[in-house]
Every structure is written in structure tokens, then in C-alpha cells.
Design a protein around this ligand. Structure first.
Ligand SMILES: Nc1ncnc2c1ncn2[C@@H]1O[C@H](COP(=O)(O)OP(=O)(O)OP(=O)(O)O)[C@@H](O)[C@H]1O
Ligand SMILES: CC(C)(CO)[C@@H](O)C(=O)[O-]
Ligand code: BAL
Length: 282
């Protein structure tokens, strides 16, 4: 696997593949790779001739009081895992390479509406940062397809909307959430948790499953959310949001919807975790 910080290197390699009529899949990440990321890479390999990945802890998507500096950086381990998974090209730019004029002077991409609710409301500017870096990475790599985890459900929707709105010729593939045996969604931020906190955090999936059952037995959405909040608080979570939305258009769910998604963000200590579960009624 070639690791490079150079935009020109990435373009030259991808161009060479495309000239031979070969296809390229792209998996962007922030590194500190776990089985969730590796599953994306392996899925990418089944869908294209070559897999390109990136590791970039994108400062534009972090708020001022968030964990940009503390975010785990484990390049050597990540490279070994990517080689094992079959990636051929890894892009590891610096912020200076991506934002040479500085972030304030940088053109940005903003997806209106869905960028402002839930994670977007709690993390102002977050989805502008995500859409901008993903758009830039798409223009650098020029993949045929790109894969993202459904764990970041709202992010996936923001990216699908951006690709649609800007007519980008890239197929977006969502990959199911990979979980620990306990049900806890794998996340780089789980590394901030103590063993005890990790055990408590497994409550998220139990609560999502229970809420899904309650929604299927036609209990009111408000009552189901209120009960879920209590369960999470009981194990020590401070809730950021717990909401039920239409899984397709992200509108606040109503009694008519048949495809719902339960979305949660909650703090265990100072660590903010997110998760979600799609629920099909009828
Ligand atoms: N458990 C998982 N299952 C499937 N995909 C995942 C999982 N965790 C992350 N991904 C996906 O991997 C890609 C890169 O995500 P990222 O590097 O932010 O990892 P992360 O573990 O979600 O980190 P964080 O702790 O910052 O949320 C995204 O498309 C994300 O949705
Ligand atoms: C898509 C992404 C790599 C953009 O920085 C990031 O938000 C992530 O890792 O989910
Ligand atoms: N996986 C989401 C990236 C972030 O939290 O910034």
C-alpha cells in the first residue's frame, strides 16, 4: 500500500487505474481504525477494483471545545490494518495541505436543513466541515463509489444530499453499524471510556432495541422517547438528544411513518457517543 500526503500522487495513481478501465472505491476516515472501518474497506473491495482510503482528522468539523487535539492518532497500526484489509492507496494530508489559506478563507459546502438539527444543533458548523472535507476528498480522489458507516446516520444523509444537490458522479454506499459483543457501536471515541463506562455504555443498544419494540406495539412516540431517556440516565448518561425521525426524509416522525430511525447522542463522562436504529413498522 502506498501512503502519501500528496494530492498529485493520489490523482496520478487513480488516473492510471481509470485509464485501464478499472474502478475505484473510497473510504474516508479520521484514523484510529477499528473493525467498523475495516468492514467498510472490505466491502469496498467487493465493489471496485481498487480501494483508496484517507486518514485526516479534519479540524473544520470540530467545535472549539471538542476533542481535536486529544483525538487518537495511530498511523502505524492503521497502515498495518489497511494493508491486511486490502487497501492500496492511503491519503494522509496535513491541515496545511487541505486548507492552505487557513480554514476561515476556505470555500465551504453547506447542506441546508439537515445540517442544523440533532448533531448539527449540538455541534454548530460540524456538518459544514464534514461536507466541505468530503467534497474536497471526492474531488482529489475522484472515486466511482464511496462508503460510509450507518453509525453516523445523519452524516450519511448529509453526504447523500450533497452528492445529489451537486450532481457528483459518485455512488454512495451505507454500511451497517459494526458492534462490540455487548452491542456497543464501535467508535474511536470508545477508547476514552474506562472499562466500567464501556459496560454502562452498552445500555444504548439495549435501549434502542426496547424503543424499537415499543414503537412496533404502537405506543406514542413521545412516551417511548421519554422512557428511553430515563433508561439512559439511570446508567449514568447525560442525554444530548434522543429522537425518532422518518428514516428517509429525516422529518420528525409522526404516526403515519412506516420507516423510522431512532437517533441518540449521549455523554458518558466527557465522552459523547452516538448511535441509531432503523425501525420498520408494518
Ligand atoms: N461501528 C461502525 N460501523 C460501521 N462504520 C463505522 C463504525 N464506526 C465508524 N464507522 C464509519 O467509518 C467512517 C469513518 O469514521 P470515523 O473515522 O469518524 O470513526 P468513528 O469510530 O466513528 O470515530 P468517532 O469516534 O470520531 O465517531 C465513517 O463513515 C463512519 O460512519
Ligand atoms: C467522513 C469523515 C471522514 C469526514 O472527515 C468523518 O466525518 C468520519 O470519519 O466520519
Ligand atoms: N464520525 C464522525 C466524525 C466526528 O465525530 O467528527
Amino acid at each position: 500500500m502506498i501512503t502519501t500526503q500528496s494530492i498529485a500522487d493520489i490523482r496520478a495513481q487513480v488516473k492510471a487505474w481509470k485509464q485501464k478501465g478499472e474502478t475505484v472505491a473510497f473510504v474516508p476516515t479520521m484514523g484510529n481504525l477499528h473493525l467498523g472501518h475495516i468492514t467498510l474497506v472490505k466491502e469496498a473491495k467487493t465493489r471496485a477494483d481498487h480501494v483508496v482510503t484517507s486518514i485526516f482528522v479534519n479540524p473544520m468539523q470540530f467545535g472549539q471545545n471538542e476533542d481535536l487535539d486529544a483525538y487518537p492518532r495511530t498511523l502505524a497500526d492503521d497502515q498495518a490494518a489497511l494493508i491486511e484489509a486490502g487497501a492500496e492507496l492511503l491519503f494522509t494530508p496535513t491541515p496545511e495541505i487541505i486548507y492552505p489559506k487557513g480554514m476561515d478563507a476556505q470555500t465551504f459546502v453547506e447542506v441546508p436543513g439537515i445540517s442544523d438539527v440533532l448533531c448539527g444543533a449540538s455541534r454548530p458548523g460540524h456538518f459544514r466541515g464534514v461536507a466541505t472535507i468530503v467534497c474536497k476528498l471526492f474531488n482529489i480522489v475522484q472515486p466511482d463509489i464511496a462508503l460510509f458507516g450507518q453509525k453516523d446516520f445523519q452524516q450519511l444523509l448529509v453526504i447523500r444530499t450533497m452528492v445529489d444537490d451537486l450532481s457528483l458522479p459518485i455512488e454512495i454506499v451505507g454500511v451497517e453499524t459494526i458492534r462490540e459483543d455487548s452491542g456497543l457501536a464501535m467508535s474511536s471515541r470508545n477508547g476514552y471510556l474506562s472499562a466500567e463506562q464501556k459496560a454502562q455504555a452498552a445500555q444504548i443498544k439495549r435501549t434502542l432495541d426496547k424503543m424499537a419494540c415499543s414503537l412496533k406495539t404502537a405506543q406514542s412516540i413521545e412516551a417511548v422517547i421519554a422512557q428511553g431517556q430515563i433508561e439512559l440516565e439511570d446508567v449514568g448518561f447525560r442525554n444530548d438528544y434522543l429522537d425518532v425521525r422518518n428514516a428517509n426524509n429525516f422529518a420528525v416522525a409522526n404516526g403515519e411513518d412506516t420507516e423510522l430511525v431512532i437517533l441518540v447522542a449521549a455523554y458518558m463522562g466527557s465522552t459523547r457517543l452516538i448511535d441509531n436504529l432503523v425501525v420498520k413498522l408494518a
